[in-house]
Design a binder for this molecule. Sequence first.
Ligand SMILES: *Cc1c(COP(=O)(O)O)cnc(C)c1O
Length: 460
Amino acid sequence: MSVLKNIPKVDKVLVWPGVQAILIAYPRPVVLKGVRTVLDSLRREAMEGTSFVLPPVETIASRIAAAVERDTSLSLKRVVNGTGVVIHTNLGRSPLPEKVREQLDRIAYGYSNLEFDLEAGERGSRYSHVEELLCELTGAEAALVVNNNAAAVMLALAAMAVGKEVVVSRGELVEIGGSFRIPDIMGQSGALLREVGTTNRTHPDDYRAAVTTETALFLKVHASNFATIGFTAEVTAPRLVELGRDYGLPVMADVGSGNLIDLARFGMGSEPTIQEFVRAGIDVVTFSGDKLLGGPQAGLIVGRKACLDPMKKHPLLRAFRIDKLTLAALEGTLALYRDERQALASIPTLRMLTVTSAELAGKGRRVIRLLRRNLPAAVEVTLVKGVSQVGGGALPGQELPTFLLAIRMAGLSPQELEARLRTGAVPVVGRIAKGEFLLDLRTILDADVPLLLAALKALV
Ligand SMILES: *Cc1c(COP(=O)(O)O)cnc(C)c1O
């Protein structure tokens, strides 16, 4: 009890020079909250431990400074992704290309022609800024963009199939994670699900048998995050288009990750590109802006004008409408695709997926040299081999050979090292495998290297 009495009162603490210094930099109510937090925790420590000793004034003051700093730092932080998962949904999916930075700056801090036709001097459409570009890149007749691909699917179904049946293979009724389930989205859109086939095999006759006067649409959904192997059969996009033509029904494909560049040349599993879906005659194709495309979160819809026109007039479009910052980043990213070499070189997601093993090894040696030169010997860094993942529900099972940094630090277990780096000022997220803390070089951007160095320096 006597130790409890020794814990100073709030007004006493506020006049300590160490705390006065904090008051110069931070608002009084914030500092007051920090003081109370620290004094409360001292009281708790005093009551819990028998060997409690009140820390010196300077220590208490620095604990208050740390509490105030924690409390005032913004919640959304830049993070160094050392996981090797390129399209990491929990870490913000695709980092934007540096090349869109100037455009983002211009549009964010001033007015823009977002919905103003400068030629005609009258109201314009926010969708016009990317429609032509999307048509040029994909070969489609019309295009539309919304907040994300989940919204794109819902809008398309609501506009084309409300109160009517949508035929989907049982093998494609997927859950994408974060509770995006095709049957649920369909329920919300007002369309009625008509499942056909079995989990592993669906045939053209299954679709034929499902057609009634109530049928509005054939829908194909990319399995995204899983693969079926063994005794399987699916109706391909071109075949589904033929079936659709037979019955005069439109065909839609939710491609999910959606790539504009064929990545098979870079050793990745062969996935049809968006252009191939359009060329195959699919009437409506939807895909994400921040998965393989490597842009901001967005839902892209391309296809036949007759199918997209009702979406452009649908009230849900207003609810799903894309914001100007996203639109600026999306137009900037799409513009890079006009030159494939430029897209591959400057869109981080594509760059990380296509980087060679030799390049990763070279980068590893450079980073290690830098770290060794700037860190004490207590930090030990070596280069090890491993595999990275694509992530984002794209190319499931695709393994990308990579190089990783194995980091050891005297006096810290791998678990402690992992936790300290994850909770630092600039969080570094890695993983522990076989008792070692690892950072995959594939997902560490060049701009992350100084941040990683600073994070390691802060530990020692
Ligand atoms: C990822 C994905 C979605 C959801 O896209 P978001 O842009 O995250 O809303 C929908 N369908 C498929 C097939 C997907 O892979």
